[in-house]
Design a protein around this ligand. Structure first.
Ligand code: 9PG
Length: 902
């Protein structure tokens, strides 16, 4: 069989090959939209650019390289009904395989549909997504499709985006949809049982061994859910899909979010948000007095609790859907609340569930025809016992222009009262599988249009926070997004009834921390992440201080919004300190760049970092239920740091850094710690002196001149291995009877390399440490600096004049290294590297005796002369240079690529 074309390839991450292109056509068994339906799968052949027939439709597919330098493709598809009858297009399916990646044990990111849906790393096992045990309606609150098609059994499922790859780093393949409110993308993955020569069942782990294949195929299929009827001749465009290969899953996710955000005009520029919210202490019982008391307390604590937003949550409204009317707990209505908050110098925030309406609301009573339907009755978006006596909540149908006008009007009124921060909740209800008046408006489009109407009403300058929101359609409309389930004053889910299949989405601190870390890559690329409220109270909580600090640590190190939700007047000093510390650290992380390490490795990520000015915050997180010794090799941070001073800034564990650059801490169950380390420069340059920085070799010239008769014999002993290089030096140079004046006269003839000054200038201007490593002598280097008017730091052997003779002493003999020189360059570079994990070390040299061990120790070696010969013989990588100008050119290029984060 001919090999299929390769779509995408990267030497360190395998390749992507096309598989099938198909479409799901829905056939309704009766006339109701949500009534029983069967689906027919129509294959359109192999995934390839161009036009493909699939039963009654044609699929047009374009495949283009993604802009930029990464190994990524963009697939854009549209579907056209070429038949004479309407066709229900449920989904387009784009299939491919990821292969030859060399990974034996793969993991995958399960990304959830909406804010509260589970997002975590999982093994790519044969089981796939477990069947949802509580029925399609409940399933449909947390997943784009309440019940997966039967042919998806055994596949893993992820919504919007997934990465499959090695943990902690290594080859990875990302597939992500640039959802713009046309479709919902679901990505299915599994070990490919049809992979060449692998048989029906794949046990990848078992095939690891000498000569074993490590390149099992992963089958990946993206389903772009349209679920719209197409009239004869009509065309529909699906949202675009990105496929990317790389060597680090987190970076692939960051690149995806960056490119997606740009393509979708994401709103990422709002200032850092810190605030107070009424929900997690007062819940539905909140009163006007509670809000005003807390407002007073916040005014009193302004210096100490530096927040901007005061947000009233659920509990003020007369009925769900009637957002402009308050219940008796807010006798003066909403406007005075906004005025009081603003008057106190805060931003006034308000909670609503814009698409939800209770049956007993005025809006539902007056406009029964505005609701999404399910057959002959209004659709039920959720059951909420606190909201209405029967508990059922209906949903406004945003496919209707009148509904959009109503939404716009409501939010214009709220904005007019002074609420410039809107927490928009239960947004998923709009996008559930229900019957809309205009069936041609897809579920994603309904949500998008509804949100656009809210934005029009609120105005451009308002801060909109999505909550319970399917993520994709909101990009470009909201400024902030809840990225996890509700937190609670307990680590684990603590409620009387846990709904089967929903334990991961029920309120708990653990569930919040898990999502906060797993979705950190979205922050400031798609919006500002809202990790949900910090819980700092010391009473009426089952959280230990350590657990509360873990929530704080996850919020802080990912740089998201910091909202706390405790009764301010009763907070003790430790609780206030946690608010203060979390806010200050998160503000810092937000201004820099935050990164969670190893997103695939565990359900709850174990380490994260944030660059912050000239420091780096590093978090070690133990989300597990047992104590553990957390370790993190600082060389794997991807950011250069110094190992001292190490300052703990959150948590109470006592971390330390071992000599090999590994950060360690004993963490109790659910305990975390954040430390601050100084940032280190990206490169550190070590340069040989004699013959490299200076043209002539001082020592050997003096030896030739003043020890001519002894020299040949000693050189022979050196060559035979009877002397090590330092012993040879002792034989030749120690007690050499040459006057200081004669030596200095010779030194005045020594020239510097033509690029020597440019190299020092480059290092100075970019803050790169520059150090001469010389097996020559300190006195000569001092003298030559004076002669040439240059300054540099150096390590060199000692030379002094005593009793009319020169005396020498070695400073850094290292018997463990074979170099035998007085100043072992390998160990000098090794010492630097251990104290500066992540800094790339550079060595420049020309001689095989004293420079070889330095060149081999460095990350980047420049060589000429006998050093270049020696390295070439050994097959060691190096950059050849002639003068130091060549080195300067390459280092500039290197800095550019490091600076771009590639
Ligand atoms: C107000 C709350 C808070 C909170 C929101 C949201 O699945 N559920 O039944 C469910 C109920 C409430 C809930 C989330 C899920 O909380 O996340 O911050 O605003 O509404 O009612």
């Amino acid at each position: 069989m001919a090999r299929p074309a390769v779509l995408l390839e990267r030497p360190d991450a395998g390749r992507v090959e096309p598989a099938r292109l198909a479409v799901r056509i829905g056939i309704r068994i009766d006339s109701r939209a949500n009534a029983a339906r069967v689906q027919e799968l129509q294959e359109a052949g192999t995934l390839a650019p161009g036009c493909h027939r699939a039963g009654p439709v044609e699929i047009e597919l374009a495949i283009e390289p993604a802009p930029g330098r990464s190994a990524a493709l963009i697939l854009s598809a549209s579907v056209r009904n070429t038949s004479e009858r309407p066709v229900q297009v449920d989904a387009l399916i784009l299939g491919f395989t990821w292969t030859r990646h060399g990974v034996s044990s793969l993991r995958t990111l399960r990304h959830g549909w909406q804010s509260w849906s589970v997002t975590e790393g999982r093994p790519l096992d044969d089981v796939g997504e477990p069947p949802f045990p509580s029925g399609p309606w409940l399933g449909g609150m947390f997943r784009a499709v309440g019940e997966s098609p039967p042919d998806r059994a055994g596949w893993h499922e992820s919504e919007l985006v997934t990465v499959v790859g090695a943990s902690p780093t290594g080859p990875a393949c990302l597939v992500g949809v640039y959802e713009r409110g046309e479709t919902f993308g679901i990505i299915h993955t599994r070990m490919d049982p049809t992979a060449r020569g692998l048989g029906a069942r794949v046990d990848v782990g078992a095939r690891v061994g000498p000569g074993a294949r490590l390149d099992a195929d992963v089958a990946i299929e993206v389903e772009l859910r349209l679920e719209v009827p197409l009239a004869p001749g009509a065309t529909r465009r699906a949202d675009a899909v990105r496929i990317a290969l790389g060597a680090d899953a987190t970076r692939l996710l960051e690149d995806y979010a960056e490119a997606y955000g740009r393509a979708a005009s994401a709103r990422t520029q709002a200032p850092f948000q810190a605030g107070w919210c009424s929900w997690y202490h007062f819940f539905h019982d909140v009163t006007e007095d509670d809000v005003l008391r807390n407002l007073d307390a916040l005014v009193g604590a302004r210096g100490e609790l530096p927040i901007d937003v005061v947000q009233l949550d659920d509990g003020y409204q007369r009925a769900i859907g009637d957002w402009l009317e308050t219940n008796p707990k807010f006798p003066r209505g909403l406007a005075p609340i906004a005025a009081a908050i603003r008057g106190a110098g805060f931003t006034a925030g308000l909670w609503t569930a814009p698409f939800c309406v209770a049956p007993d609301s005025q809006v539902a009573g007056a406009h029964g025809d505005w609701l999404l339907r399910q057959g002959d009755r209004p659709f039920r978006g959720l059951h909420h016992a606190m909201w209405t006596p029967e508990g059922w909540i209906h949903v406004l149908d945003a496919s209707q222009p009148a509904v959009l006008e109503h939404l716009e009007q409501v939010f214009r009124t709220l904005a007019g009262m002074g609420f410039s921060y809107q927490k928009l909740d239960f947004l998923y209800t709009e996008a559930m599988q229900a019957e809309a008046r205009d069936q041609g408006v897809s579920r994603a489009q309904r949500l998008r249009r509804g949100l656009e109407a809210v934005r029009r009403g609120c105005g451009e300058s308002a801060f909109l926070l999505g909550c319970g929101c399917p993520l994709g359609p909101a990009v470009g409309i909201v400024d902030g997004m809840r990225i996890g389930p509700d937190v609670a004053p307990s680590w684990h889910v603590d409620q009387p009834v846990v709904i089967p299949g929903l334990a991961g989405t029920h309120p708990s601190t653990r569930n919040g921390v898990r999502n906060t870390l797993a979705r950190a890559f979205m922050h400031r690329r798609l919006w500002l992440n809202d990790p949900d409220c910090l819980m700092v109270r010391a009473t009426a909580t089952k959280l230990t201080r350590a657990e509360a600090a873990t929530l704080g640590a996850a919020i802080a190190v990912t740089g998201g919004m910091v909202i706390f939700s405790d009764d301010v007047p009763v907070l003790d000093e430790a609780s206030r300190a946690l608010v203060r510390d979390t806010t200050a650290l998160s503000r810092e992380a937000d201004a820099g760049k935050a990164r969670v390490l190893d997103v695939l490795g565990a359900e709850i990520a174990t380490a994260a970092l944030a660059k912050s000015g000239d420091a780096v915050l590093v978090a070690l997180i133990n989300g597990s239920d047992t104590p553990r010794r957390a370790t993190l090799d600082l060389h794997t941070l991807g950011v250069p740091v110094r190992t001292a001073p190490l300052v703990r800034v959150l948590g109470s564990a006592s971390p330390a850094i071992a000599g090999n650059g590994v950060l360690e801490a004993e963490l109790g169950a659910h305990e975390s710690v954040i430390v601050r380390l100084p940032a280190a420069p990206p490169l550190a340059v070590f340069c040989d002196f004699d013959g490299t920085f200076a043209v002539q070799d001082v020592g050997s010239t003096l030896a030739k001149r003043y020890a001519a008769e002894r020299r040949p014999a000693q050189l022979e002993r050196l060559a035979r291995g009877e002397l090590i290089p330092w012993e040879y030096n002792l034989e030749i140079l120690d007690r050499l009877p040459v006057s200081q004046a004669a030596t200095d006269a010779f030194l005045r003839t020594v020239e510097l390399d033509p690029g020597a000054r440019a190299l020092i200038e480059l290092c100075e201007s970019r803050g790169l440490p520059f150090r001469i490593l010389s097996d020559g002598f300190d006195r000569n280097l001092e003298e030559l600096q004076r002669i040439h008017g240059v300054r540099f730091e150096y390590d060199a052997n000692r030379l002094w004049f005593e009793d009319d003779r020169w005396r020498i002493a070695a400073v850094h003999l290292n018997p463990a290294c074979g170099c035998g020189t007085g100043n072992c360059k390998r160990s000098r570079i090794g010492i630097y590297r251990a104290a500066h994990p992540g800094t790339r070390t550079v060595h420049i040299g020309n001689g095989r005796v004293s420079d070889r061990c330095g060149a081999l120790a460095a990350d980047l070696a420049f060589a000429k002369g006998t050093l270049a010969e020696a390295l070439a013989e050994e097959g060691a990588p190096f950059e050849r240079f002639d003068t130091l100008h060549d080195v300067v050119r390459v280092l500039r290029r290197e800095l550019e690529s490091l600076g771009s984060g590639a």
